[in-house]
Design a protein around this ligand. Sequence first.
Ligand code: GTP
Ligand code: MG
Length: 282
Amino acid sequence: MSIQWYPGHMARARRLVQENLKLVDVVIELLDARIPASSRNPLIGKIVGGKPHLVVLNKEDLADPHLTRLWLDWFRGCGLPALVVDSTRRKGVAEVPMLVRRLVEDKIASLAARGRRPPNPRCMVVGIPNVGKSFFINALVGSRVTRTGNRPGVTRGQQWVRLARGVELLDTPGVLWPKFDDPQVALKLAATGAIKEEVFDVEEVAAWLAEWLLQSFPASLKERYRLEELPAQGHRVLELIGAKRGLVGPGGVVDSYRAAVHLLKEFREGRLGRFTLDVPPG
Ligand SMILES: Nc1nc2c(ncn2[C@@H]2O[C@H](COP(=O)(O)OP(=O)(O)OP(=O)(O)O)[C@@H](O)[C@H]2O)c(=O)[nH]1
Ligand SMILES: [Mg+2]
C-alpha cells in the first residue's frame, strides 16, 4: 500500500521535538495500545538520547486486555517503565506524575547531596498523529488550570503546566512520525486511524482489516453484521456488510467505498470488540 507522506514536514516536526527535548528531564512516549509496535517511531531511542522515558499505552479501552498485559510485560522486560491509560475516561493517568518523579530520583538525590535545591522535574509527551496526545494531556492536567508562565527558550505560545508532585508538563506535545516502510505497519496505522484517509486507499485498508478479522475473529464479524456464512476474502465481506447496512447505489449495487468507510468507523469505535493488531516479539 502506498502512502503519500511529506518528508519536509516530518523533518520540521522532529526538529521541534528535539529542541523541546532539551528543556525536559523525562519523555513520555504515548503509543496506541492496539498497535504498540506500529505506533512507535523506530528512532525513539536516538531521539530521546540518554533521557529517561516512560511508555504509556493509550486507548486501552479499545485494545485486547490480554495482549495489553503481554505488551506491558514486554516493555518492562526491556527496562522501560510502562503503563496503560484510557485518556477519554482519565483512567490510569493519575499514576503518571509519580512515575515521572521516580525516573528523576537519582538526579534529585545527586543535586541534594551537593547541597543544591533540585528544580521541579519537567516532562513532555511525544507520539504519532492521532494517538491521543491532546486527550492525554487534558486528562493529566484535569482541573489544574493554573498554568505557570512562559519560560525562556520555550517556543512562543507553549507553557508549562504544574501536575501533582511538583511535576511540570510542557503543554504542547511533540509529533513523531511512524515508519511506513513496512506495508503491514502502514495498513495497521491506516486501520486504526493514525493516517488521514485522503492519503491511503480506504477500500484496500478495509478489505485487509476484514481479512484480518475473518482469520482472527470470525465470530465477531458474524455477530456484528448478522452474517450466516462468511466468505473467504476480505472484499467479499465488505460487500456483505454493505448489503446488510443498505449501503447500495443505483441498481442495488453495493457501494464498496461506503461499506469500507463503515467497517473502519465501527472498528475504530470498538463496536466489533477490543482488538490488538500487534503481538509482542518473542
Ligand atoms: N477510545 C479512546 N479514544 C481515545 C483515547 N484517547 C484519545 N482518543 C481519541 O483519539 C482521537 C485523537 O485524539 P487526540 O488527542 O486529538 O490525538 P492527538 O495525538 O493529539 O492528534 P494530533 O494532534 O492530530 O497529532 C480522538 O478522536 C479521541 O477521542 C482513549 O484513551 N480511548
Ligand atoms: Mg493533538
